[in-house]
Every structure is written in C-alpha cells, then in structure tokens.
Design a protein around this ligand. Structure first.
Ligand SMILES: Nc1ncnc2c1ncn2[C@@H]1O[C@H](COP(=O)(O)OP(=O)(O)OP(=O)(O)O)[C@@H](O)[C@H]1O
Ligand SMILES: [Mg+2]
Length: 273
C-alpha cells in the first residue's frame, strides 16, 4: 500500500495569463489508493491533475509517474498510465456511436482486435451499456453521456483513473452507478483520484482527502481528520456531510459518521446519546 505511483515535487504552474495556479505542490499518491481532491473553485485541483497525464507541463518542479520523471514522456505515454475523465462529457466525445467511442482508446493504444472486444464487453457489462451501443453519444442524456465517457477511459484499463467532478449533473441512479464503478475499479487494483465539491460523495467514496486552497495543499489525511478540522474547512470553504455535522453536534466521540448507514449503525446499539 505504501507503493508510490504518482509523485509531485515542488510543482509550480503559471498560466500564460500570469496566474500561478500551483505553488510548490509536493504530494504522493499510492498504488490502489482512492483519494479525493477538494477545495473551492479556482484552488488548483484541475490544474494539478492535468499534470499527471501530460495535458499540462510544470513551470517548475517535477512529476513522477510510476517512479519515472514525466518531463521526457509524451502525452500519449502518460495517458496510457493515467486515464482522465473530463468534467464536461461534451469535451470528450468524438464518435458517432457509443460502441465506437469505447473502441477509440484501446485502438489507439494498439490493443489487438480480441483485446478490444474483451475490454468493450467488460465495460458494457459493468455499466449496462448494451441497449445504447448504436446510439449517438451526443444524443444521450447528461448522466448517460458521463457514464459513457467514464466507460471509454476504463475500456483501456489505465492503472490510474482520474475523475474530474464525476457527480456534477448526475441523477441518483448515475451516482449509485458511479459508486459501484469506483468500488469495482478500486477492487481491480486501480488508483482512483476523484475531484469533487460533493462532500457526501467524498466522505463515502474516499480513503484519503487532499484539501487545496490558493494553489497549495493545506491538508492530506483521512476523511475523519479532514471533517473534524474546523479551521481547514473554514479556509477551504467546505462543509462536512450533513450526517457528519449531526454526529459532530451530538459529539458522542471523535469518530463522526461519514454516511447515513454508518450513523444508524453507530447509534442503533447505543444508550444515553
Ligand atoms: N487555461 C487557463 N488559463 C489561465 N488561467 C487558468 C486556466 N485554467 C485555470 N486557470 C486559473 O488557474 C487557477 C486554478 O484553476 P483550476 O481550474 O485548476 O481550479 P479548480 O480547483 O479545478 O476549480 P473548479 O472547482 O472551479 O473546477 C484559477 O485561478 C483559474 O482561473
Ligand atoms: Mg476544476
């Protein structure tokens, strides 16, 4: 578990406009971790993860992917390791059928025809896409479009999967499917990095939370530690899930519940609270 798969060292990114969006960010991501990155708009979350697949390059500092300095690696080589699902699915759809969309990346990465078929079948089954394989992706509703873009990344099995605001605009069924996908992909050994403003989702779906403000990481710890730290939440303008707030208000212990299920379980067997 302590096997670092992604590392940044004093990573700085200044856009051509002069905005310095990352200020000496040093952080490690471990193999098979499930990490959320949170923080207010403009705190640098997307800028950080775009360095992991080479869409952005450091102004200074280093990025290491699987122990290797990324500065000499092409976007194509880095993307094979790090799959990135865009915030807006409309920016990631290129083909006229869902099936073709799922085949793009495996073809680009030189998978054999048999491997392409196997991988498409795997994600189609995982995400229930069979009925829409011949549909034009842009004609789908927002949730399904988003699910298709996630499927198109999982179809080439990158060891690291980044989801940028995956729950934004998703309906309840989409959210549940997403939780299932995160769970199954994690169980299959992948490293998951999830950028989110949705604290309910973060609390239920991550082992570790990285909090960013103003281009810096101010805390990198478990959801319990993050949601217990009032000063960090104030600085980052985040609030714990409502169920955690309720549990913190009751203050039965230092281990606030992160989901309704955990809350019910905790209080079911307790007296005098
Ligand atoms: N292409 C760009 N050109 C210039 N400045 C940019 C560009 N993209 C982002 N920025 C600036 O860099 C800073 C960090 O932006 P970034 O998109 O990384 O934040 P974020 O945490 O992902 O925000 P959000 O939650 O709104 O997605 C902001 O000040 C933003 O205005
Ligand atoms: Mg962003």
């Amino acid at each position: 578990m302590n096997d670092v798969i992604l590392r940044t060292e004093k990573l700085v990114h200044t856009y051509p406009t002069g905005v310095t969006a990352l200020k000496e960010v040093s952080v490690d991501f471990y193999r098979n971790d499930v990490v959320s990155i949170v923080g207010q708009n403009g705190s640098g979350k997307t800028t950080l993860v775009r360095h992991f697949n080479g869409l952005l390059r450091p102004s200074s500092g280093k990025v290491y992917v699987d122990g290797e300095d990324a500065s000499s690696k092409s976007v194509s080589v880095m993307s094979r390791m790090v799959g990135y699902v865009f915030q807006n699915p409309n920016h990631q759809i290129f083909c006229t059928t869902v099936r073709d969309e799922l085949a793009v990346a495996p073809k680009n990465y030189g998978f054999s025809p048999g491997e392409i078929e196997d991988n498409i079948s795997r994600v189609v089954e995982l995400m229930g896409l069979e009925p829409i394989l011949k549909t034009h992706p842009l004609s789908l509703d927002y949730t399904t479009k988003k699910i298709v873009t996630i499927a198109s990344v999982l179809a080439y099995n990158p060891p690291i999967v980044i989801l940028d605001e995956p729950t934004g605009g998703l309906d309840q069924a989409g959210r549940e499917m997403l939780s299932k996908i995160i769970q199954i992909t994690h169980d299959a050994g992948h490293t998951m990095i999830i950028i989110s403003h949705d604290m309910d989702y973060v609390a239920e779906n991550s082992r570790r939370v990285i909090v960013m403000t103003g281009g810096k990481i101010i805390l990198n710890d478990t959801p319990w530690v993050i949601f217990n730290n009032k000063e960090v939440m104030r600085q980052a303008q985040i609030e714990p899930p409502q169920i955690t707030q309720l549990d913190l208000a009751v203050r039965a212990d230092d281990n606030p519940s992160l989901s309704v299920g955990a809350f019910v379980e905790k209080y079911r067997n307790r007296k005098n609270v």
